[in-house]
Structure formats: structure tokens, C-alpha cells
Design a protein. Structure first.
Ligand code: SOE
Length: 392
């Protein structure tokens, strides 16, 4: 542990993302020499029993049943937003105006208009030394950070193709229950915003290029699902029976779009929760004039690299991203011992805490996340207009 000044955190929400963030806040100072020491000061949730149980399990020191109270507390420096998208704008803007740093889960908001208001608040706050970060945590996966390093070093040459897929299968069962992720009023969109947004952010960040236009298709395969339970979580396999009352799915189950990037590459993106057997296949492939890179989160410690300067039959080289010189890796285990899903969140905490201590705005900023939101909106507009080309 450090003897650094405390950074007192208040987290809103405590489900899947709340658990991942709690783990990150607890773990970061144990493996990284942080300039500020995160303290898990309070967690907020509407259900008192639920939030108390979560606080005990996840290691928070106190609870609130109203996020507003968390923001009023003067023993809290940073608000961590782990709630569905419909609440992000209100909580983030209130927190920033109250002088609290903000970590907000992705996608930033449920609309471009909300994301714009959040960005205005974030930029005003940054001038007062109050910073914000959007939780596109895959940027902090060592293999993807290494991919960016390779692109920056020019090892791919000029990038021609971006191929991005995010494939899951947790909705394949038509009787898997409704969750908030399937309710547009809560989540903003479906596979597009939940997982496609990660691909958009990662592709743009790694290539250093922005998407300028898209042509898209969205599809909802199962229009109604059993209303079993409290709409929380990823759902799962159906056991509600055929007689259970059903609720309407109001988001896309799958999204496909083609894209142009401002530096010349063309891209194809696919996001779905119906790819049976694909559990968390967040995949990215880049083809350039000098080489290609390929990544699949299901093998998250591996980055595949094809170097055109080598003999063609050398094929793709599988780089095991577990060397101390690889991004973030040196603080963990000896060479060859890989990392997991949770480490991206821990690295996110490390980077945010470091930026706060150094009095600078970290990336991805709310402005970066607003641009992703604009891509999401362009995809929805294109799909609603027979896949017509839509500028971002
Ligand atoms: C569910 O599809 C989900 O948990 C996303 O919400 C996360 O952002 C992604 O990391 C894993 O899948």
C-alpha cells in the first residue's frame, strides 16, 4: 500500500460493472505505486438491503440509498458511475458541478444530446482541475495497448482495412429473460451501444483515426422476452416457462456497419449477442501495407502480428503479451503468466488516478466518448434509412 494522499471514491451502482470497478479500486494500489491512494468510501444504490450486502461483499465503507447524497458528501472526491445509461448524464453533470472527478461507464450516454451536455460540464470542470474519464476499459488490455504501440511505430505501414467484431451469445436462447440492456429507455441501444461502442472506441484509438461515415443494418431477432426477475444482469438461459408474462425488447440484437476512416482505411463492424459459442469475442484485425495485426479477447493475452518484411511462410506470429516491457504487464506476474478481464478496469483506475495527481485530463475524455456517441447515432440513422450512407 502507498502512503499517498487519499482519493475518496463514491460509487453509484453495484451490479456487474460495480463489482468490476470495486475490484479495480481495491487492487490498483496493491500492484501499482499510485500517487494517490483510492479509498472505497461509499457505494450508493436504491435498495437498502441490496446496497448494504454489496458494500460488505465488495469492500465499501458506507452506503447511501440516493446518489445525490453521495455527491453532497464532503468526504468524497470522485464519483464512479456504474449504472445504466439513462442515469449517466444527470449523475455526471451534478458530480462535476459539485467538484468531484467522474469515472463514467460506457457508452457515455443514451443520446448525443446528453453526451454533449456531459462534455460541456466536463470541459468546464477540467479548467477547475476536476477530471473525467469514460470507461472504455478495453483500451487498457495489454495486447490492445501493444497493438496501438505497433501502429504508432509504423510497423503496419498505411492501414487499409479495419475489421472489428464483438460477438457474444448470451441472448441466443429466446427464453432468456428481459434485462435493462434490452430496454432502450434504460440502455439507449442494444448490442450497438453495449459492445459495438467498445469496438468503435478501440478501432479509432488503435489506428489513431476517426470514423467519418457509416452504412448500417440493425436487427432485433426476438421481440419479446419473459419478464423474470428484476431486469438486472446479463440474463441467461430461460427457465421462466412459456406462460411467463413477456416484455418488449426495444433495442437491436445485432448491428452491422461499414465505415470510412479519416486517414483512408475502410472498416467493417459487427456486434451481436446471438453468435452461439462466441462468449466475449471482441476481435480486431488491421491490415496495413507493411503488416497485419489480429486480436481476439477470448485469447486476450495474445496479439497476432504478420510482418510483410519476413518470409511469407512465416505467417502470423503469436506474441504472448506477458513480457515486462509490454504495456501494464511489468506490475503483475513473472513472464508468461497472463492477465484477465478485470485487469483492464484496474489499469483504468491506475491511469485515472495518475492523471488526477498530475492535474491533467486523461483519455478517453468525455469529448472522445461524445465522438463515439456520434458514430452510434450515425449507425442508427443509417439503419433507419435503408442503410443510406450517414456522415458522422
Ligand atoms: C455485456 O454485453 C457486457 O458486459 C458489456 O456491457 C461490457 O461492456 C463488456 O465488457 C462485456 O459485455
Amino acid at each position: 500500500m502507498t502512503s499517498a494522499k487519499p482519493l475518496r471514491v463514491g460509487m453509484v451502482g453495484y451490479a456487474f460493472m460495480g463489482a468490476a470497478h470495486s475490484h479495480a479500486w481495491r487492487t490498483a494500489p496493491r500492484f501499482f505505486d499510485l500517487p494517490l491512494e483510492p479509498q472505497l468510501t461509499a457505494v450508493a444504490g436504491r435498495n437498502e438491503d441490496g446496497v448494504r450486502a454489496a458494500a460488505n461483499k465488495l469492500g465499501w465503507n458506507s452506503v447511501e440509498t440516493d446518489w445525490r447524497r453521495l455527491i453532497e458528501r464532503d468526504d468524497i472526491d470522485l464519483i464512479d458511475i456504474c449504472t445504466p445509461g439513462d442515469t449517466h448524464a444527470e449523475i455526471a453533470i451534478a458530480a462535476l458541478e459539485a467538484g468531484k472527478h467522474v469515472l463514467c461507464e460506457k457508452p457515455l450516454a443514451n443520446s448525443v444530446e446528453e453526451a454533449e451536455r456531459m462534455t460541456v460540464a466536463a470541459e468546464a470542470a477540467a479548467k477547475r482541475g476536476v477530471f473525467s474519464l469514460c470507461g472504455f476499459s478495453y483500451r487498457r488490455t495489454p495486447a490492445l495497448a501493444l497493438a496501438r504501440r505497433f501502429v504508432e511505430q509504423g510497423r503496419l505501414g498505411t492501414i487499409r482495412h479495419v475489421r472489428a467484431q464483438y460477438l457474444q451469445d448470451w441472448l441466443s436462447d429466446e427464453n432468456a429473460p428481459m434485462t435493462w440492456r434490452l430496454d432502450k429507455s434504460k440502455s439507449g441501444s442494444g448490442s450497438l451501444g453495449d459492445i459495438g461502442a467498445h469496438s468503435i472506441d478501440a478501432a479509432q484509438w488503435i489506428t489513431g483515426q476517426k470514423i467519418t461515415g457509416v452504412s448500417a443494418l440493425l436487427e432485433t431477432f426476438v421481440a419479446e422476452r419473459p419478464l423474470a426477475g428484476d431486469l438486472v444482469g446479463l440474463g441467461g438461459h430461460g427457465d421462466a416457462g412459456n406462460d411467463a408474462p413477456r416484455g418488449s425488447v426495444t433495442v437491436d440484437d445485432a448491428a452491422i456497419f461499414s465505415a470510412r476512416f479519416d486517414g483512408g482505411p475502410i472498416g467493417v463492424f459487427e456486434a451481436t449477442r446471438y453468435a452461439l459459442g462466441r462468449k466475449n469475442a471482441m476481435r480486431l484485425e488491421l491490415n496495413g501495407t507493411k503488416g497485419s495485426l489480429a486480436f481476439d479477447f477470448e485469447e486476450m493475452n495474445v496479439l497476432s502480428f504478420y510482418d510483410a518484411a519476413e518470409s511469407p511462410d512465416a505467417g502470423f506470429r503469436r506474441i504472448f503479451v506477458t513480457e515486462p516491457e509490454h504495456p501494464y504487464v511489468g506490475n503483475w506476474w513473472p513472464t508468461g503468466h497472463g492477465l484477465g478481464y478485470e485487469h483492464g478496469f484496474t489499469h483504468q483506475v491506475v491511469d485515472f488516478v495518475t492523471a488526477i495527481a498530475e492535474d491533467r485530463q486523461p483519455e478517453p475524455s468525455f469529448a472522445d466518448a461524445l465522438q463515439v456517441q456520434q458514430v452510434l447515432a450515425a449507425v442508427e440513422d443509417s439503419a433507419a434509412n435503408s442503410s443510406q450512407w450517414q456522415k458522422v
